[in-house]
Design a binder for this molecule. Structure first.
Ligand SMILES: Cc1cc2nc3c(=O)[nH]c(=O)nc-3n(C[C@H](O)[C@H](O)[C@H](O)COP(=O)(O)OP(=O)(O)OC[C@H]3O[C@@H](n4cnc5c(N)ncnc54)[C@H](O)[C@@H]3O)c2cc1C
Length: 289
């Protein structure tokens, strides 16, 4: 397995910003993944796994870590009865396609979540009343201290949260699905995609939700809209005029532009609503105010 230098996060993330990874590798099997984790330990580097980079904002100065993107066997998908077995790097789109072809339902909620199986576990990603915790049977987690299968309870999955630390890599997942006619799965997906298109920016470079929804009636998007942030721009980054909990890369944005918008949004939410918004996007290599 080759260790590459200088791979840029701009090409690894959906927002298209961020500097170089100190080291980068694409393990294609469990053995290669364990080898990569061992390499990082010997070089005293942290491990950062990137899925589709769809909820990730990396520092413009780069990230001092071994960055992994799972490939090959670690991105493959197989149907096993009423279960779907996927590599941590398998995309949600491929998993959903395979489930539908096998007349299995349960993953439809993930149709508008442009990530991977492993990223879904780490974030406990969710939409439309379902999340990873509702379909995940178990996940194989690899780290410098060994590997083992963990259940959702052991992973500590709750709203957009897991207890997984940065050095823990989700290598494989097993989903428990439900028999459902392929046509029904297809119709449900079409319905959810239409709902998504009506409310959120779908053809822009973003990293999905900036903030988790706070407790209470008011969601983060509506709160930020009431703070007058829709369309607010810093450098090349702009708060989506469509949905205020999204930041778009409008024109050669940097991660610093996005972080400045995040800080401004948090400041206004604190001032106007007394709420400390917690960011959902994972920041690698930089800090907020
Ligand atoms: C247009 C758009 C819409 C979105 N809609 C939703 C939505 O409805 N609901 C929702 O929950 N999210 C949504 N997101 C956010 C994002 O898609 C999810 O959080 C997704 O699960 C992230 O997966 P990823 O593989 O891209 O992870 P990344 O963004 O690459 O990484 C996110 C975190 O997961 C970790 N990670 C990634 N892969 C692994 C792995 N194999 N093992 C261990 N850790 C790993 C990373 O280190 C990082 O900490 C949206 C994003 C976009 C751009």
């Amino acid at each position: 397995m080759e260790i590459e230098r200088g791979t840029s996060f701009a090409g690894l993330t959906t927002i298209g910003t961020g500097g170089p990874a100190r080291a980068f590798a694409r393990p294609t099997s469990l053995a290669e993944l364990e080898e990569a984790v061992g390499w990082a330990t010997r070089h005293e580097l942290p491990v950062v796994t990137v899925g589709l980079g769809s909820n990730l904002l990396a520092s413009d100065a780069g990230v001092d870590a071994l960055v992994l993107r799972l490939a090959g066997e670690l991105a493959s998908v197989e149907v096993a009865g009423e279960s779907l077995h996927a590599g941590g790097g398998a995309t949600n789109a491929v998993c959903l396609h395979r489930a539908r072809s096998a007349s299995l339902g349960g993953l439809e909620f993930a149709c508008a979540i442009p990530g991977t199986a492993g990223g879904g576990v780490r974030m406990n990603a969710g939409a439309y009343g379902s999340d990873w915790a509702t379909i995940l049977e178990r996940a194989l987690v690899v780290s410098s201290s060994g590997s083992g299968w963990l259940t959702p309870a052991e992973l500590g999955l709750s709203y957009r949260h897991s207890e997984l630390g940065p050095g823990q890599v989700v290598a494989r997942v097993e989903y428990r699905l439900t028999p459902r006619p392929a046509e029904e799965v297809k119709a449900r997906v079409a319905d959810l995609v239409a709902q998504r298109k009506a409310t959120q920016p779908t053809n822009k470079r973003t990293f999905g939700s900036v903030f988790k929804n706070p407790d209470g009636e008011l969601g983060a998007g509506r709160m930020l809209e009431l703070c007058g942030l829709k369309g607010h721009r810093i450098g090349g980054a702009v708060v989506s005029p469509r949905h205020a909990n999204f930041i778009e890369n409008a024109d050669r944005a940097t991660s610093a532009d996005c972080v400045a918008l995040i800080n401004e949004a948090r400041r206004r939410a604190r001032e106007q609503f007394g709420v400390d918004l917690e960011h959902e996007v994972v920041l690698v290599g930089h800090a907020l105010d």
